[in-house]
Ligand binder design. Structure first.
Ligand SMILES: [Zn+2]
Length: 381
């Protein structure tokens, strides 16, 4: 998490010559954006040539916000990727966009005060939501936070905070953080699966998020498993989510017993040995594996990183998922891929919101325009 790299690493990633990288680094050091560091992230010691470099922590602060079904998390990190302050609060079921944004704005103030960061040092705010986020900044239909559909959450947040805001889908942000700091490091093609109340995926190719034409790539939960199956909330039939989303599993199990279960209840009973809950999670792994096998045939990923609360089921879920991928992906694609648990757990999406800012903001980075500027462009059409 310390964000250090050698000049040779940078040359390899950028395919620039070492001498070009050295002269660019020298310029960035002169501008105060890059500093010398040792392997532990401490300032390079005098007397020997410093091998590693990092972004200067003092050059800026990135803020991340993660909106979950029942939680809200906010963190601030410096440019050396060190988290300075972090806050998590519980949220009421089905909280709406305005309530969520108000609470998040309060927490941003708290986190900035705790971290001692000046507001004028903030590069921007990354924000993750459990729903599709179109490139226009409009939030699509979400079963997890239905009150947010059709809103421009990023733009509203930018107005509240007076800061640049980048909005992303939570699975995309999980993919970005696992690729930057977690189980997806050093992969050329990574797919992150967020398995929780819903089923989502984020795809990172050569270190960059693949978002598709409109920004909604990775909606693996709406892969058709049975074209005559139940109608899904998206309007199609037999989608993966109707079989294997946490909400669907909990509903199915609740019907077979006298108690109302949610996903956490299913996971804790499975861990205690409940046969029905264990079977439901194994079968969910098998169903998810069918969709993942199709994805492997199309994208040929090197690693599938599993995150989201269903990841707590561990090998109970992952083993059946792996078997399903092995049976259904073409042999070469199945051989190329390994399916592993994420390293960052429930913080993956929050850290991904910070990674989004580090990838997109600031004078030393080039990338997408923040959402507040995108929205203004859209209105002038
Ligand atoms: Zn669907």
């Amino acid at each position: 998490m310390l964000g250090v790299a050698s000049r040779a690493d940078v040359a390899r990633w950028t395919r620039l010559s070492r001498s070009t990288v050295s002269s660019i680094v020298a310029e960035l050091v002169a501008e105060g954006l890059v500093v010398d560091r040792d392997e532990d992230g401490r300032p390079g010691s005098a007397g020997r040539p410093p091998a590693l470099i990092a972004l200067d922590p003092a050059a800026g602060v990135a803020v991340g916000i993660d909106f979950g079904k029942r939680h809200l998390a906010v963190a601030a990190a410096d440019l050396s990727h060190r988290v300075l302050a972090e806050e998590w609060v519980e949220m009421p079921e089905d909280y709406g966009a305005e309530e969520g944004l108000d609470r998040a704005a309060e927490l941003v103030d708290t986190v900035l005060a705790d971290s001692g960061a000046d507001r004028d040092r903030i590069l921007g705010v990354g924000m993750g939501l459990p729903g599709p986020v179109h490139r226009s900044g409009i939030v699509g239909s979400s079963a997890i936070l239905p009150g947010w559909a059709g809103t421009r959450g990023g733009e509203r947040m930018a107005e509240r905070l007076g800061l640049d805001v980048w909005l992303g889908n939570d699975a995309n942000l999980g993919a970005l953080s696992e690729a930057t700091w977690g189980a997806g490091r050093d992969t050329s093609a990574l797919v992150y699966l967020k398995l929780a109340t819903g089923v989502g995926a984020g795809i990172v190719i050569d270190g960059k998020l693949f978002e598709g034409a409109g920004g909604t790539a990775g909606e693996i939960g709406h892969t058709t498993l049975d074209e005559t199956g139940d109608i899904c909330r998206c309007g199609s039939r037999g989608c993966l989510e109707t079989y294997a989303a946490g909400a669907a599993i909990a509903r199915m199990l609740s019907r077979s017993r006298s108690e109302e279960l949610d996903l956490d209840g299913v996971l804790s009973r499975a861990a205690a040995g409940d046969p029905a809950c264990r079977r439901a999670l194994q079968e969910a792994g098998r169903h998810i594996g069918v969709a993942v096998a199709n994805l492997c045939n199309l994208v040929n990923p090197e690693r599938i990183v599993v995150g989201g609360s269903m990841g707590h089921a561990g090998d109970l879920l992952l083993d059946s998922l792996r078997v399903s991928v092995g049976l259904r992906a073409i042999p070469s694609a199945a051989e190329d891929v390994e399916v592993v648990l994420g390293d960052l757990g429930e913080r993956a999406e929050l850290l991904g919101a910070i990674a989004l800012v580090l990838h997109e903001a600031g004078p030393a980075w080039s990338g997408r325009t923040p959402v507040i500027q995108q929205a203004a462009t859209a209105e002038t059409r």
